[in-house]
Design a protein around this ligand. Structure first.
Ligand SMILES: Cc1ncc(COP(=O)(O)O)c(C=O)c1O
Ligand SMILES: Nc1c(O)cccc1C(=O)C[C@H](N)C(=O)O
Length: 410
């Protein structure tokens, strides 16, 4: 069977074949960067227009009550929680991932007093490394950079001093996925807590935070959750830790009685205590609206689509560009919703693809990265993207010196 027939066949039997129509993307574009900025769900502009003109413009301050603005962080949080295997009441949306990570790391150190080490994977997204270093500096803790494959060994030696490990489930460069339940268990056996960064998981992978027994987790709203540029992040605090949870910043939105305007801080019951200040409401309501796309969907089906799209891309590359080196694991359970390939001119390869309407991104030093929004793409588009990539490599279209000049920031 030809690749064209395979692509058409996969789209024809796809139980979620109607999902791509929910997104607004230019016809001329194949968008493979949903792990940096998710595409725009078609219905969101109308919702935002109403938020701006009716809620802000007309209903003004009454919208905090009338349009549920005050509850929006918890409302969006519960909707995100459902996608992460978290029962209601454990997730709240707000702030950036970096800020949530900072708060969650501080909270973890406080939840596990007497232990002086924070473990982090050196391959983490850099903000995680910076945040953990700044928490350690502030609280007088020590940072240990440990590769996940060495974690068991490290814990056998120094586990009794580990307060928390901060781990990204999916490597943002390679797309490799960790065995989160096994690592969570190993850390718990040493008495350590785990803080999962699920930026590259939420909305694309089957995450089971409650079933894993995760302690804390954070992630962003603008990647696979499609909340829009700069959409708020979120934090998960397992029910069992909520009464002791104290984040880095005690702000009035997290107070037990915010509108009593009391001088002394008393944390709100439950996960609301992880709120800090006034949320960026337009962005939060954009995220909340974008989450409608997931209503009624089971993450098992979403993940099946992600595996099918990424697997088909790998299959196409194996046939069309056999010399290209994928760095993403071929085993579906070991990869996120991303395929990365290594190429000495990866930056120029990505630029050449951009000129042909295929949007991926480049990651230092030599990675061309393609992120698959599991609901927005078709297998026919995936094949077209693979053909363009194979052609760019085979014809050395990337060798044009104009493409090698580093002119972009992302
Ligand atoms: C794994 C990971 N963590 C954290 C971040 C940073 O998030 P923010 O910019 O919301 O702080 C990103 C992406 O920017 C990321 O990929
Ligand atoms: N957050 C981003 C931004 O504000 C601008 C450009 C890119 C981003 C990203 O999210 C990058 C992303 N975390 C990555 O995995 O590379």
């Amino acid at each position: 069977m030809s690749l064209d027939e395979r692509a058409a066949g996969l789209d024809a039997v796809d139980p979620l074949a109607g999902e791509p129509a929910k997104f607004s993307l230019p016809d001329s574009t194949i968008y493979l960067d949903g792990n940096s900025l998710g595409p725009l769900p078609r219905h969101v502009p109308a919702v935002l227009q109403n938020v701006v003109e009716q809620q802000w413009g007309h209903d003004l301050i009454t919208s905090w009550n009338r349009h549920g603005w005050w509850e929006a962080p918890r409302r969006a949080g519960d909707r995100i929680g459902r996608l992460l295997g978290g029962a209601p009441g454990q997730v709240v949306a707000g702030d950036s991932t970096s800020q949530q990570l900072f708060s969650a790391t501080v909270a973890a150190a406080r939840l596990n007093p007497g232990r002086r080490t924070v473990v982090i994977d050196p391959a983490s997204f850099p903000t995680d490394l910076y945040v953990v270093a700044s928490v350690a500096e502030l609280l007088g803790l020590e940072v240990a950079q440990v590769e996940p494959s060495h974690l068991q060994h490290f814990l056998a030696d120094r586990g009794s001093d580990v307060a928390v490990a901060v781990l990204c489930e999916v490597d943002f460069r390679t797309g490799e996925r960790l065995d989160a339940p096994a690592l969570t268990d190993a850390l718990h056996q040493s008495g350590a807590l785990v803080l999962w960064d699920l930026c590259h998981s939420a909305g694309a992978l089957v995450v089971e935070l409650d079933a894993w027994g995760a302690d804390l987790a954070v992630g962003c709203g603008y990647k696979f959750l499609n909340g829009g540029p700069g959409a708020p992040a979120w934090i998960y605090v397992a029910q069992r830790h909520q009464e002791q949870f104290r984040g880095a910043v005690a702000g009035w939105n997290g107070h037990a009685r915010p509108f009593a305007f009391e001088a002394a801080y008393e944390p709100a019951p439950g996960v609301s205590r992880a709120r800090v200040g006034t949320p960026a409401m337009l962005s939060l309501l954009s995220l909340d609206a974008a989450l409608d796309v997931y209503d009624g969907l089971d993450m098992v089906d979403v993940r099946a689509r992600s595996v099918s799209l990424t697997g088909f891309f790998l299959e196409c590359l194996a046939e069309l560009a056999p010399d290209l080196e994928p760095v993403t694991p071929r085993e579906p359970e070991r990869r996120g919703s991303q395929v990365s390939v290594r190429h000495a001119s990866a930056y120029a390869v990505v630029q050449a693809l951009l000129a042909r309407g295929v949007i991926g991104d480049f990651r230092e030093p030599d990675i061309a990265r393609f992120g698959f929004s599991p609901l927005a793409l078709t297998h026919v588009q995936v094949l077209r993207a693979a053909r363009e990539l194979a052609d760019v490599v085979a014809t050395r279209a990337y060798a044009d010196p104009a493409l090698a000049a580093r002119t972009t920031v992302t």
